[in-house]
Design a protein around this ligand. Structure first.
Ligand SMILES: Nc1nc2c(ncn2[C@@H]2O[C@H](COP(=O)(O)OP(=O)(O)OP(=O)(O)O)[C@@H](O)[C@H]2O)c(=O)[nH]1
Ligand SMILES: [Mg+2]
Length: 250
């Protein structure tokens, strides 16, 4: 039986995760797609993991990690965990804070392709939008994608977004444990690795809603990491395109 695993990393998301799981539960009863959820928690001081545990949902699994290790590390541990279960054929990633809407999942699921493939929930294409984001955050996100597009030569329109679906074939073709990014540039690194692996990429417009509860983990250090890493990858891609492919693709 083929199933989708939805991976949700959390750090202090007690106030947002319950509502997201409620919406997913509702969607689960009406959807033609079968899915489970893996919450990857970095020992959140607000006890997000216990909040999830107490819901006792049979389709929600929990990966408890010892401490805050960054988004990239959390996702890599999550992928290793779900890939070991062969019944999962595709892997969705989404934020816990309500920014990624369950309402956009049907269109994203429908866009999945066989073989090595990636579906990217995209804000910056026709039909996509952002709600309640200050102009400064919109600028940062657009500028980040524009710079990554230029530096890496990848013609996709939302390289920093984290609402995606990866096929099993794609994830199994990548050397996930050799990836470097700790922060949000993990999203850029994964898009680059998918490109190097020759994945079919499909962009689906999404509406991104700024979080109402909880606290953002975005920081200057994370932006700086994204900038320096993207520049480094861009230079490496131009100077040693084959070495780069060998680094990311099995
Ligand atoms: N496990 C884990 N999850 C994290 C870590 N950092 C961020 N997250 C989660 O990653 C998702 C995105 O983080 P946010 O803080 O919403 O960052 P953002 O969406 O870029 O920023 P805002 O738009 O301001 O909310 C959320 O579900 C966070 O809880 C981490 O170090 N470990
Ligand atoms: Mg957020």
């Amino acid at each position: 039986m083929s199933k989708i695993a939805i991976l949700i990393p959390t750090y202090n998301e007690s106030s947002t995760i319950v509502e997201l799981l409620r919406k997913l539960a509702e969607f689960r009863t009406s959807s033609q797609y079968e899915f489970d959820v893996l919450v990857i928690d970095d020992n959140s001081p607000d006890r997000t993991a216990d909040t999830v545990d107490n819901l006792s949902l049979s389709w929600v699994f929990l990966l408890r990690r010892p401490g805050k290790g960054g988004l990239g590390a959390a996702y890599r541990a999550g992928f290793a965990h779900v890939l070991s279960n062969q019944s999962y054929t595709a892997f969705t990633t989404m934020d816990a804070d309500g920014s990624h809407r369950v309402e956009d999942l049907p269109a994203m699921f429908a866009a999945m392709k066989p073989g090595r493939s990636i579906v990217l929930g995209t804000r910056w294409i026709e039909g996509g939008s952002v709600v309640n984001w200050p102009k400064s955050r919109q600028f940062l996100s657009r500028a980040g994608t524009r710079y990554a597009k230029f530096a890496l030569g990848i013609q996709l329109n939302d390289l920093t977004g984290g609402f995606r679906i990866y096929s099993r074939e794609l994830l199994e073709s990548l050397k996930l444990s050799d990836m470097d990014a700790t922060g949000y540039c993990f999203q850029i690194e994964m898009a680059m690795a998918a490109d190097l692996a020759g994945a079919i990429a499909t962009e689906v417009p999404i509406t991104f809603v700024e979080r109402i509860n909880g606290v953002s983990k975005m920081s200057k250090a994370i932006v700086l990491e994204a900038l320096t890493q993207t520049t480094r990858w861009g230079v490496a891609r131009r100077l040693r395109p084959n070495a780069d492919k060998l680094h990311y693709v099995k």
